[in-house]
Design a protein around this ligand. Structure first.
Ligand SMILES: [Fe+2]
Ligand SMILES: [Fe+2]
Length: 259
């Protein structure tokens, strides 16, 4: 099985990068299943039903979320029925599901889990449930279910937390894929007990920006020490960032393309 995982798709440039890259890539690389992080899909923050549907037309099969997922008003009432999960360690009650068992047309069962880290994030994120224990809980719920692959999107800020989490899961998940920072890492590898891991795929969107936001706005933020209103960069060079997980050949390979 060849699974493509696309890092945080940011705003229209990110969606355009998927449009320009994914249909050909899927064919050329014999990709069976595509997962993408959707937390920045619509206007740089959050997702909408329309942008999810748009990505499906280019070939994305399933979506994960993160801290920005519920940004757009009303989206939490529309999440049910979409092929999308949000972090499982949000406290109850939170709309949507934190994991999903997907039956692939080739007959395999793929358990996809999304959790969010609690280290280095500002704001309210220290109030999340423990992502380590949440993973154990989800796996326990499925102990009598036939599962072929377990994919985990760990949406987190601190590299140490992501790496520790991956070792905690080693041998119990097919892959632990890091998202959120928008900056790619080159540490894709197999952990000792066989789990594929990368700290962060990086973002798919305009790289002539600061993590997707217009550069001058973020420079002003640092110069003034005051929060500025974000505007998302629409022009400039784009990047498509992803990893290809091959469960037969036992490889995890970055696929990056500048557009
Ligand atoms: Fe993001
Ligand atoms: Fe995020």
């Amino acid at each position: 099985m060849r699974i493509l995982f696309i890092g945080d798709i940011v705003a229209k440039p990110g969606r355009d990068a998927v449009k320009q890259t994914l249909p050909t890539l899927k064919k050329d690389q014999n990709i069976d299943f595509v997962v993408a992080n959707a937390e920045n899909l619509a206007h740089g923050r959050g997702a909408t039903v329309e942008t999810i549907r748009e990505m499906q037309t280019y070939g994305v099969d399933f979506f994960t979320g993160g801290d920005h997922l519920f940004w757009h008003k009303g989206f939490e009432d529309q999440i049910d029925g979409l092929p999308l999960i949000r972090p499982a360690n949000y406290p109850d009650p939170t709309p949507g599901e934190g994991y999903s068992l997907v039956q692939h047309k080739n007959g395999t069962n793929i358990l996809i889990i999304n959790v969010m880290g609690r280290s280095a994030f500002g704001g309210l994120y220290h109030l999340l449930d423990d992502p380590f224990k949440k993973f154990d809980e989800v796996l326990k719920k499925h102990r009598n279910t036939k599962i072929d692959f377990v994919l985990v999107d760990f949406h987190g800020d601190a590299t140490s937390e992501k790496i520790a989490f991956a070792y905690y899961l080693d041998g119990r998940a097919t892959a632990v894929i890091g998202t959120h920072t928008h900056v790619p890492t080159c540490d894709q590898r197999f952990l000792p007990k066989g789990t594929m891991f990368i700290t962060d795929i990086g973002m798919t969107g305009t790289i002539d920006s600061v993590l997707g936001v217009k550069t001058q706005i973020i420079i002003n933020q640092f110069l003034s020490a005051r929060n500025q209103k974000f505007e998302w960069e629409e022009s400039g060079q784009k990047a498509f960032r992803s990893v290809i997980l091959d469960t037969v050949e036992k490889t995890i390979v970055r696929f990056d393309k500048n557009i």
